[in-house]
Write a protein that binds this ligand. Structure first.
Ligand code: KIV
Ligand code: ZN
Length: 503
């Protein structure tokens, strides 16, 4: 047996079945970027394309075969020599090549697609496997439309292709027809009635026409399947394929099933990969999509937010960080309570003791009435607008910075300090240091910056930057935080936040 029956193999077909979505075609370089990310995620098999279908698909399989070392690279064919020759040629650089060949198995396909008989179709399947075996050791056979096929005939077909050398047998629910019980029964039937079934891995390949693809795949695993074919974000023809992130997180969340130890996925890459596939394939992820949707971890009702903040597991079965999402973003709305507001202000670096929470909450409610959702930058503005929340001795009236690679950065600052406005100009080795020097020119104090960190809150070049700073003054250290869409302004705010603690 070529593959380990005590593992669950994750077979990703984003670049083949997923890419069949009209308008989502990728270039070869884009496919390489996604394949490298899939390799990092830890998938076992990458279905790279259907080489006979176009020169572009052929080239993609060639290039992915060269670029990817760890996962098996798989190429799809129909059950004929021309397709198989082409796939074998495209796979010639692959370290671990697999040919995925097959034919229809339901009477519907046999009669109306092939105008043939069960016997002849079975024979074509067997011949295709034997032919593919001449090129590669690892041959997967798919029995198309197995979801609607007669189980007795399906079992005969599967037994014959395993005898011909198939290492993996794929039982696709091509039309997304089955109920989980039916699909599970089908896999069980094959397990119990195919004499040589232990010589191959059973693979599940489910489509989502009735929204059951993930449930059917799990039912397949319960009944002995050991490979799941799936796509990132569940993309694929019509309603799509089984979603990789859902399967992986089901196995990881339900540890009692014992499946989590049988896969090898670094779940922290799931969210990033979902965004990458969505952007490159121009397929937005629905906000309520399980695991990777924008709202998947966003608690908006006051009751949920309060319960969540008391104990995360009250309302969350997955830690968002486990799938690569930065701290659970509770969306603030007019229904959010004080606890949620306090949580967000602290996350943004406000020391809550300095804030009159009741007063701030009233202002927040006014803002939330105007806007549907209150985001981080709205909160920052809210806090900035409410000067009474801070014991600010020094505040900035204006900053003007000139910089460039041909001139020394220079900052002109106007500060309100000791009841008066002061203007100063200074240079520095960058716009931030010029601004800090200008502030020091006004204050005339010996202050040293010990730590300086810039973070973006959501990612993206138009994002709000959060700066934290630790400064030393007369042997004591003081922390300051500042926010702005402008890094210079965020740095100046952080510096003054620290200075206001002792000046
Ligand atoms: O859905 C299906 O049957 C397929 C096969 C070609 C594997 O995608
Ligand atoms: Zn499919």
């Amino acid at each position: 047996m070529l593959h380990d029956p005590n593992r669950i193999y994750i077979f990703d077909t984003t670049l083949r079945d997923g890419e069949q979505v009209p308008g989502s075609q990728l270039t070869t370089p884009e496919k390489i970027i996604i394949a490298e990310a899939l390799e990092k995620l830890g998938v076992d098999v990458i279905e790279a394309g259907f080489p006979i279908s176009s020169p572009g698909d052929f080239q993609s399989v060639v290039e992915l075969s060269k670029a990817i070392r760890e996962p098996i690279i798989c190429a799809l064919t129909r059950a004929n020599k021309g397709d198989i020759d082409c796939a074998a040629e495209a796979l010639k650089f692959a370290k671990r090549p697999r040919i995925h060949t097959g034919i229809g198995s339901s009477d519907m396909h046999i009669q109306y697609k092939f105008n043939s008989t069960r016997e002849k179709i079975l024979e074509r399947g067997v011949e295709a496997v034997k032919y593919a075996k001449q090129f590669v050791e690892d041959v997967e056979f798919y029995a198309e439309d197995a979801g609607r096929a007669d189980n007795v005939f399906l079992a005969q077909m599967i037994e014959a292709v395993i005898a011909a050398g198939a290492t993996v047998v794929n039982i696709p629910d091509t039309n997304g027809y089955c109920l989980p019980e039916q699909y599970g029964e089908k896999i069980k039937f094959l397990k119990e009635n195919v004499k040589n079934i232990d010589q191959a891995i059973i693979s599940v390949h489910c489509h989502n026409d009735l929204g059951l693809a993930t449930a059917n795949s799990i039912a397949g695993l319960h009944n002995g399947a050991r490979q799941v074919e799936c796509t990132i974000n569940g993309i694929g023809e019509r309603a799509g394929n089984t979603s990789l992130e859902e399967v992986v997180m089901i196995l990881n969340t339900h540890k009692a099933l014992g499946y989590h130890d049988l896969i090898n996925i670094n779940t922290k890459h799931l969210y990033g990969l979902s965004g990458m596939v969505s952007r490159m394939m121009r397929m937005p992820v629905q906000p309520n999509k399980a695991i990777v949707g924008k709202n998947a971890f966003a608690h908006s009702s006051g009751i949920h937010q309060d319960g969540f903040l008391k104990h995360r597991e009250n309302y969350e079965i997955i830690n968002p960080e486990d799938v690569g999402i930065d701290s659970a973003d509770i969306v603030l709305t007019a229904r959010s309570g004080r606890a949620a507001l306090k949580h967000h202000l602290e996350r943004l670096g406000y020391t809550i003791e300095k804030i009159d929470l009741d007063h701030t909450y009233q202002k927040f409610l006014e803002l939330a009435d105007e806007k549907k959702e209150v985001k981080d930058d709205d909160l920052l503005k809210l806090m900035g607008a409410d000067e009474t929340n801070y014991k600010n001795g020094i505040s900035i009236n204006s900053i003007k910075v000139t910089t460039g690679d041909q001139e020394q950065p220079e900052a002109e600052i106007n500060l309100h300090f000791n009841g008066e406005d002061h203007t100063a100009t200074a240079t520095g080795n960058g716009p931030v240091s010029a601004t800090i020097n200008a502030i020091l020119t006004v204050l005339k104090k010996d202050i040293e910056i010990k730590e300086f960190n810039i973070h973006s809150i959501h990612g993206g070049s138009d994002d709000v930057s959060k700066v934290d700073m630790r400064v030393m003054f007369e042997d004591k250290s003081y922390m300051g935080y500042g926010f702005s869409t402008d890094i210079v302004r965020a740095s100046a705010n952080a510096y003054l936040d620290a200075l206001n603690k002792f000046v």
